[in-house]
Design a protein around this ligand. Structure first.
Ligand SMILES: NC(=O)c1ccc[n+]([C@@H]2O[C@H](COP(=O)([O-])OP(=O)(O)OC[C@H]3O[C@@H](n4cnc5c(N)ncnc54)[C@H](OP(=O)(O)O)[C@@H]3O)[C@@H](O)[C@H]2O)c1
Length: 279
């Protein structure tokens, strides 16, 4: 099964950051590069990809879609409508599995542009896909077979964790949590570094201590079967330094702030989906 998957004919429309990361991960996982095709208007992007990974490239979206079993739409949300309208006839004839990584593009809009129903997976990776450490959520419509869900999951796992959500609505929540999430943690790391510097640490020392602490906490939580809350309680001795600091963060409303932040991001995700899907 796994070997058959890795020779599935896979096409990427768009050869930007996300496509590059996915292709890098897939080839490293043993996907046959001869079975991967990529199209993009930028010939420099294409030749960089073909010399690095030996994948097939073309500037014509039709040429790479003609015999594809899976088509990954890896273009920006602003251009996906035109790409879908242009490929609609071919997609309806070929009926490949479509995987859209475009943030905020709803299945109904995509299928309308593609000229009818198709087997469609929407997914929301995050920028950590660039270092193969994405937290990606996926959702599939009713036309996707079990074999195709396995395929989609294998493809997205090439850049990190991949988890399914049951309803498409939840993709806006996912966008708010993990889609935008790397920036929240980067802000925390930035704030810790600044506070350390104010208290006298040299810039590089404060920066590295902050980053490695974030990495260590995430690694510890991922490798443990305990909830983050339990792990936190374990490292918070009564009357100690951590307790003092956490008291300030809790009393300052950190949890409410995150709740408001996620609500605002989810709302914005919905607005953008309405805007992109309007035509
Ligand atoms: N980067 C992230 O962290 C992230 C996270 C989650 C989701 N996503 C989603 O992933 C998708 C791709 O993002 P990205 O960061 O990889 O963008 P990107 O680096 O801009 O890549 C998109 C590529 O598509 C090409 N393109 C434009 N029009 C095209 C067309 N008609 N046919 C074929 N290719 C075309 C672009 O070429 P030109 O540059 O010449 O226009 C560019 O090389 C987006 O929809 C985004 O919402 C990205």
């Amino acid at each position: 099964m796994v070997c058959a998957m890795k020779t599935t004919r896979l096409t990427f429309i768009g050869a930007g950051n996300m496509a590059r990361s996915l292709i890098g991960g897939l080839v490293a996982d043993g996907w046959d590069p001869a079975c991967i095709s990529v199209s993009d208007p930028d010939t420099e992007q294409l030749s960089a990809l073909s010399s690095r990974f030996q994948v097939n490239t073309d500037t014509n979206n039709h040429t790479v879609t003609e015999d594809a079993e899976v088509v990954v739409l890896a273009v920006k949300p602003q251009v996906i409508r035109d790409v879908a309208l242009d490929l609609a006839d071919l997609i309806q004839k070929q009926q490949p599995l479509l995987i859209s990584i475009a943030a905020g593009i709803r299945a109904t809009d995509l299928q309308r542009w593609l000229g009818g129903s198709c087997a469609l997976v929407r997914c929301m990776p995050n920028t950590a896909a660039l270092v193969q450490s994405s937290a990606t959520a996926l959702w599939h419509n009713e036309n996707v077979t079990e074999e195709q869900t396995d395929l989609a999951e294998t493809i997205l796992r090439a850049v990190g964790l991949a988890l399914w959500v049951e309803s498409e609505d939840l993709m806006d929540t996912v966008t708010a949590l993990s889609g935008s999430g790397p920036a929240y943690f980067l802000l925390v790391m930035e704030a810790l570094q600044e506070a350390g510097q104010v208290l006298g640490l040299p810039e590089t020392t404060a920066k590295l201590l902050s980053l490695q602490t974030a990495f260590g906490a995430a690694k510890m939580a991922l490798e443990s079967s305990e909830d983050a809350a339990i792990l936190r309680q374990r490292v918070t001795s009564p009357g100690g330094t951590t307790e003092k600091a956490l008291e300030i963060l809790e009393n300052g409303g950190l949890r409410a702030l995150f709740s408001d932040a996620l609500n605002a991001a989810r709302e914005r995700s919905r607005e953008l989906a309405d805007q992109f899907g309007a035509e």
